[in-house]
Structure formats: structure tokens, C-alpha cells
Design a protein around this ligand. Structure first.
Ligand SMILES: Cc1cc2nc3c(=O)[nH]c(=O)nc-3n(C[C@H](O)[C@H](O)[C@H](O)COP(=O)(O)OP(=O)(O)OC[C@H]3O[C@@H](n4cnc5c(N)ncnc54)[C@H](O)[C@@H]3O)c2cc1C
Length: 356
């Protein structure tokens, strides 16, 4: 079927191979968009038929239901990187379909500080503002200047300045307040030419011990080494932990009173907890899962925990989305029974009636 504006919409395209978890059904309609005109045309196609629009990047933070999705799935394939110098900084504009780690690698090579700790995160540029990706002491909200996006409510292209993006821990307006409203076309990051790397994270500091002045490249290498040790870089096709969405749960942020109750229940002074500027306390989801009685590598049929990282749910051969969700619920239920806090999932769910 060919839509107006030469949009090549295909039907019933399996989505599992387009996600890192590798489970779930098909997209009822599917199109790949390599430029802004194609994104607009896909939007017009969907609007004309009153079909919902879903945006697919690298599929690394996504669980697709076994029944698939009754929507037009637009796979973002816009490419291109440009930069300009401004007030001593570099403003890097990356098209939404650029592979994220390539952008990080390029900025490190150029000596532009700001993204080095975000090395090795799978997926594409367009998804980075959605959940304000972060790792090892940096979040994209530290460097994002603005997000260029198609506003599906008006059909217009908007530039949303960082303060209006509602960035928070693994969150933004794009994920929480108005999911699906904006199709990200490009992201503008402000980087520091010749800047020092961010070395605030203890694991990264340990990895770089003995190095007098760690460079951006050293920091990238350290982060990649740490991530590889946790199967958090998807560059080994033989890794039995490779089929995941990364961390399946957010670290819970609770108020001080609830934190005190959980600490008392845990009866372990070593329980990790990080006070937040607003008085709340962030807890470690991985620690809670482990101390609720789960072990790395533990399996329940075709799904299980990563053997290197308690927060990652891994799909094995013949796993279905329903198996992943049932296992996620088991983790949530057991943590809730033991500690009185319910873990919230990090990935986005498509077509799944009952979220974990
Ligand atoms: C091994 C592994 C390690 C990971 N490590 C980290 C980590 O350290 N830190 C971290 O934050 N995340 C991590 N993740 C999660 C994931 O990689 C990131 O969230 C990533 O940004 C998702 O990008 P994607 O292109 O794959 O998005 P997808 O999974 O394709 O999409 C995710 C969501 O974003 C939306 N979206 C995607 N592109 C666009 C767009 N252009 N416009 C509008 N909406 C869009 C989708 O509709 C969906 O709702 C990890 C995942 C894996 C598998």
C-alpha cells in the first residue's frame, strides 16, 4: 500500500527483531522515515485514517505485547550531525536516527566533554530526551539545549527548550505528561571543547585509579569496560544476557518517612540509599531485588535475571512478552512483600493491556 507523499507503509511487520528484548508481535502498519518530510507524511497518513502513531528508535527500552500493536509504527531513520561554536561551547545537532553511541564516540574524539559517561548506551539519539538517559554521573539533561520535534497535535515542528522538557530522573514531559505527542526529529547538545571528563561516579573513579589526568577517551574506555562487565553493552552476539531492555526497574525515590520504614525492615545498615535535594531518598532497586531473595542468573522458564546484573530481565529462546511481564510482576510482588515498596518499570510498554 502506498500512501500520499510516497510513504511506503507496509503491513504486519514483526517488531521482535527490531527490539533488544526480542519478544512481542507485529506492527499493524509500519513505515521507515529517513527525513522530516517522511515523518510528516506518516503522521498525515495515520491522522487521515484515525490510526494511532508509535515511534520506534532502536527498540532498546521497549516491551511489545505478544498481540502486537494496532498502530502505524514509524521507525526513525533520520541521519546527520552538524555543529557550531557558540560562546566558547560547541552546539552539536544530531538527527534523531543517529546511533547514540556513535555520537558519544565522535564527541569524545573531538575533545568535547559532556557525553563521555553515556558511552555504550544502546538506541538512537531521538530517544535520549524521552527518559533523560543517564549513567555513571551524567544525564542528557546536563547538555541538552533543545529538542526539535513534530507536534502531532498540530502537525507543526516545534523547538522545545530544555527547561520546558520537564527533565527528571529517567523522565521528561515526553515520557510522562504527553507520551506520544512529540516525534523527536533532532536533539541539540551543548558540549565543552577541551573540557574535563565527569568523574563523580565511584565505579568510574576506581576503574581509573593510578591515572593522573584521565582524558575523555580514558573515561569512555572505563565506562565501556564497566558496562561490558555487566552485559550492558550490546556488542557481543554470543552474550547469553544480551536480550534485555537494560535496567527493567527504576531506583525508587521515596519520602524520608517511608525510607526509614524500609531501612528498619531491611535491618541492614549497609542498605544503599542516596538523599535527594528535595528531602526524599533514592534506593537501589537492584539491592531490593537481591535482598528480596532473587539471585543473578535465576530463571523462570524462558526468562530470568541477567547473570551479571540483577536489574536486567533477560529473554531466552521462546520467551514471550507475557513471560517477561509475569516475571517482572513476581519481582515486584516479592520486593513489595519484603520492603513495602513497589518497583516501577523503566521501559515503555506497547499494546500491553496490564502493565506490570
Ligand atoms: C543493554 C542496555 C543497557 C542500557 N543502559 C541504559 C543506561 O545506562 N541508561 C539509560 O538511561 N538507559 C539505558 N538503556 C535503555 C535504552 O537504551 C535507552 O532508554 C535508549 O535511549 C532507548 O533508545 P531507543 O532508540 O532504543 O528507544 P526505543 O526503545 O525505540 O523507544 C523508547 C521510547 O522512546 C520513544 N521514542 C524513541 N525514539 C523517539 C523519537 N524520535 N521521538 C519520540 N519518541 C521516541 C518510543 O516511542 C518509546 O516510547 C539500556 C538498554 C539496554 C538494552
Amino acid at each position: 500500500m502506498t500512501a500520499p507523499h510516497a510513504v511506503a507503509v507496509t503491513e504486519r511487520v514483526p517488531l521482535a527483531p527490531l527490539t533488544t528484548l526480542g519478544v512481542g508481535g507485529a506492527a499493524r502498519w509500519f513505515v521507515e522515515a529517513a527525513d522530516e518530510g517522511a515523518v510528516r507524511a506518516a503522521h498525515a497518513w495515520a491522522r487521515k485514517r484515525s490510526v494511532p502513531l508509535r515511534v520506534l528508535g532502536g527498540g532498546s527500552n521497549l516491551v511489545v505485547a505478544d498481540a502486537g500493536v494496532d498502530a502505524l509504527v514509524v521507525r526513525i531513520a533520520l541521519r546527520g550531525l552538524t555543529h557550531r561554536e557558540r560562546g566558547g561551547a560547541v552546539e552539536l545537532t544530531a538527527a534523531a536516527g543517529e546511533p547514540w553511541d556513535g555520537v558519544v564516540a565522535r564527541s569524545v574524539e573531538r575533545g568535547w566533554a559532556g557525553l563521555e559517561c553515556l558511552s555504550g548506551i544502546p538506541g538512537l539519539v531521538g530517544a535520549t530526551p524521552i527518559q533523560n538517559v543517564g549513567a555513571y554521573g551524567q544525564e542528557v539533561s546536563d547538555t541538552v539545549v533543545a529538542v526539535r520535534a513534530l507536534d502531532t497535535t498540530t502537525g507543526d515542528i516545534a523547538e522545545i527548550a530544555a527547561p520546558d522538557c520537564g527533565f527528571a530522573y529517567r523522565d521528561s514531559i515526553f515520557k510522562r505528561e504527553t507520551p506520544g505527542r512529540f516525534v523527536v526529529l533532532a536533539v541539540i547538545y551543548r558540549l565543552r571543547p577541551g573540557g574535563a571528563p565527569t568523574l563523580t561516579y565511584a565505579d568510574v573513579q576506581r576503574q581509573l585509579v593510578g591515572r593522573r589526568a584521565a582524558t575523555l577517551a580514558d573515561t569512555r574506555a572505563a565506562v565501556l569496560a564497566i558496562r561490558r562487565g555487566k552485559s550492558m553493552v550490546l556488542d557481543d552476539p554470543a552474550d547469553p544476557n544480551r536480550r534485555s531492555c537494560g535496567s527493567f526497574f527504576l531506583n525508587p525515590i521515596v519520602d524520608a518517612a517511608q525510607a526509614a520504614v524500609i531501612v528498619a525492615r531491611a535491618a541492614d545498615p549497609a542498605m544503599p540509599r542516596w538523599p535527594q535535594p528535595d528531602g526524599r531518598v533514592k534506593l537501589s532497586a537492584a539491592w531490593l531485588i537481591e535482598h528480596a531473595g532473587f539471585t543473578r542468573g535465576e530463571r523462570d522458564g524462558a526468562v530470568g535475571l541477567s547473570s551479571r546484573h540483577t536489574l536486567a530481565i533477560v529473554a531466552h529462546d521462546s520467551a514471550r512478552a507475557s513471560d517477561v511481564l509475569a516475571f517482572a510482576r513476581r519481582l515486584q510482588d516479592r520486593v513489595e512483600q519484603r520492603f513495602g515498596v513497589r518497583l516501577s518499570p523503566e521501559p515503555v510498554f506497547w499494546g500491553v493491556e496490564v502493565h506490570p
